[in-house]
Write a protein that binds this ligand. Structure first.
Ligand code: 13P
Length: 261
């Protein structure tokens, strides 16, 4: 990995009430308070963001949301704006998760608008891309993912692009227990970096690219040894505070290299 700071983000999806989130935060902070060598983000449901703001204040754990609207405000029933997220101390927002694309019909066009709105508002977008099993079996995974990246990000300045995180999440690996091999994850993250390089030149070397899809405490170290995998976006394995902190401790690429994993 070039000089990029690793990022481990948890995506809780539609799990945890306010009291469960508060209880999690207390246990989790105790386990990760000494972590200094990577960025930790918790992407929680909207209702848990405000209580988590209070729990995570002055801690090393950053707060993220799982979606946001591209509009500033208005008659958009059920939507949440960037300003509302900033108001509860969110600094990150997941955009274009495959569940949003597949279950809620989000298009590349909408995703591009959301990325732009996040950036102009001062939030760091975690742009998710990934292919389904059919596309992979047709040998078109790289082409699909490169298309998603360029449609979401083209037109942005190099300065804006430098503030984006990309997460490669193959749909067939999400929640299935079937992780991409570290070689496949590397190949796809490298092809994403090649697309970023077309958009922003050498500055693409500074963009964190995460892998997501059945990441666990026992496979993170191997994934992190790959040069273009800069961290992970973790679903199921982020739901238990002790298990997730173990995953974070195992993610340190230096430790993985020293142990020869
Ligand atoms: P799992 O880690 O549960 O496979 O989910 C991955 C994911 O979708 C994270 O955004």
């Amino acid at each position: 990995m070039a000089n990029r700071r690793p990022v481990i983000a948890g995506n809780w999806k539609m799990f945890k009430t306010v009291s469960e989130a508060e209880d999690y935060a207390v246990k989790f902070l105790e386990e990760v308070k000494a972590v200094t060598d990577l960025d930790i983000i918790l992407c929680a449901p909207f209702t848990a963001l405000y209580p988590l703001k209070n729990e995570l204040e002055e801690s090393i754990v950053h707060l993220g949301a799982q979606n946001m609207a591209s509009a500033d405000q208005g008659a958009f029933t059920g939507e949440i704006s960037a300003q509302m997220l900033l108001d509860v101390a969110c600094t990150y927002v997941i955009i274009g998760h495959s569940e949003r694309r597949e279950l809620f019909g989000e298009t590349d066009e909408e995703i591009a608008m959301k990325v732009q709105k996040a950036l102009t508002s001062g939030l760091t977008p975690i742009l998710c891309v990934g292919e389904n099993l059919n596309v992979r079996e047709e040998g078109k995974a790289a082409e699909r993912v490169q298309g998603q990246v360029s449609r979401a990000l083209s037109g942005l300045s190099t300065e804006d692009l430098s503030r984006v995180i990309v997460a490669y999440e193959p749909i067939w690996a999400i929640g299935t227990g079937k992780t991409a091999s570290s070689k496949d994850a590397q190949e796809m993250c490298a092809s994403i970096r090649a697309t970023l390089s077309d958009l922003m030149g050498l500055a693409s070397e500074r963009v964190p690219i995460l892998y997501g899809g059945s990441v666990k405490a026992d496979n993170i170290a191997e994934l992190m040894t790959e040069p273009d995998v800069d961290g992970a976006l973790v679903g199921g394995a982020s739901l238990d505070p002790i298990g997730f902190s173990k995953l974070i401790h195992n993610a340190n690429p230096l430790v993985a290299r020293v142990e020869g994993i």
